[in-house]
Design a protein around this ligand. Structure first.
Ligand code: NCD
Length: 328
């Protein structure tokens, strides 16, 4: 099949589409994904075999390190009886090191697979891959400081499953707002649902660029804050993030802004509400202390991580047109 050379919107039809940016989505498409997640979860609980990806091969092409995203795509594929080819650091261990172009690498892997899941250090790489690929969809698993759409989808699903809504929420996002691709994609995702209000807590150096701030402000109510004391009472969620060390020119610049805001038991008890959920895309590197982990509001190592696998199962099944087998 020769695919069209453009990135289409989802419009509730996932079949063979690239998942490059959260901007391809809308409210209905996100809700369709959530329904699919529920169906898949329930089928699993009822012990129904989920052979949806039987005979399918998913390439996990990761130019940047990853634990959760890569292994949750791997687990999602295997839970659905599909298989994976995992290619880590192709710049070191594959023909990329001999000078093969990015486009050729994509064309080669699409010859062996049904979907390519790509993580790459350059913003826009997933789109480039999608334009290069002729046969199979590309799923963006993080493109530098750009986007991380599947993380946003699992974050939205996690908020929805806990709060039973995605409208009229008050949320806090903290940490590296400038470079955090998960923050960017989640802000976009939340903007599809009315009435949300997001506080952004970071040191001045890690605030959104003026261009991005204007872009997001046009879509969603945003307030930038610089002190823990300015966190509003009773947020529905806190979304903490790590300072993205790999995006800094020097260790010195990173150290200057790292871990300005740390969640301790004391901070959580003083500034979060009793029903605030505490999320983090992980890995954390000191910005949430371990003493917080046992608090029932802390769901980064439990629900949020687990949902990553379910959401990716649903996404793979939808993109490969396999979900109707379960719905029937
Ligand atoms: C995030 C990422 O890679 O952007 N991790 C993830 O995918 N769960 C967040 C991060 O690395 O800080």
């Amino acid at each position: 099949m020769v695919r069209q050379k453009k990135i289409p919107s989802i419009k509730s039809d996932y079949l063979h589409k690239d998942i490059v940016s959260i901007s391809q989505f809308d409210k209905d498409s996100i809700e369709k994904l959530f329904q699919t997640v529920e169906i898949i979860k329930q089928s699993g609980m009822r012990g129904l075999p989920l052979n949806l990806l039987s005979g399918k091969i998913i390439v996990l092409l990761f130019y940047e390190p990853s634990s959760r995203t890569r292994s949750s795509f791997d687990a999602a594929t295997k839970q659905l009886n599909g298989q994976t080819i995992v290619v880590e650091n192709p710049q070191q261990f594959s023909s990329v090191s001999k000078g093969e172009t990015f486009e050729d690498t994509i064309r080669v892997f699409e010859a062996y697979s049904d979907i390519i899941v790509l993580r790459h250090p350059e913003k826009g790489a997933a789109k480039r891959a999608a334009l290069a690929a002729n046969r199979v969809p590309i799923i963006n698993a993080g493109d530098g400081p750009g986007e991380h759409p599947t993380q946003a989808l699992l974050d939205l699903y996690t908020i929805w499953s806990k709060k039973k809504k995605l409208t009229g929420l008050r949320g806090l996002m903290a940490g590296d707002i400038l470079n955090g691709r998960t923050v960017h994609s989640l802000l976009d995702g939340l903007s599809y649902f009315p009435g949300n209000e997001i506080y952004l807590l970071s040191p001045d150096e890690l605030k959104l660029s003026p261009k991005d701030l204007a872009k997001y402000k046009a879509k969603i109510k945003i307030k930038e804050i610089s002190k823990i004391e300015d966190i509003p009472a009773d947020c529905d969620f806190w979304y903490w993030t790590r300072v993205q060390k790999e995006r800094f020119k020097s260790e010195e610049l990173y150290k200057k802004v790292n871990n300005k805001f740390i969640v301790t038991k004391k901070i959580l008890n003083k500034y979060a509400g009793k029903d605030t959920i505490l999320m983090h895309p992980l890995p954390r590197v000191g910005e949430i202390l371990e003493e917080v982990d046992d608090d029932p509001r802390a769901i980064y190592l439990t629900d949020q991580t687990r949902n990553g696998m379910y959401v990716r199962m649903a996404l793979l099944a939808l993109v490969l047109g396999k979900i109707e087998q379960v719905v029937r």
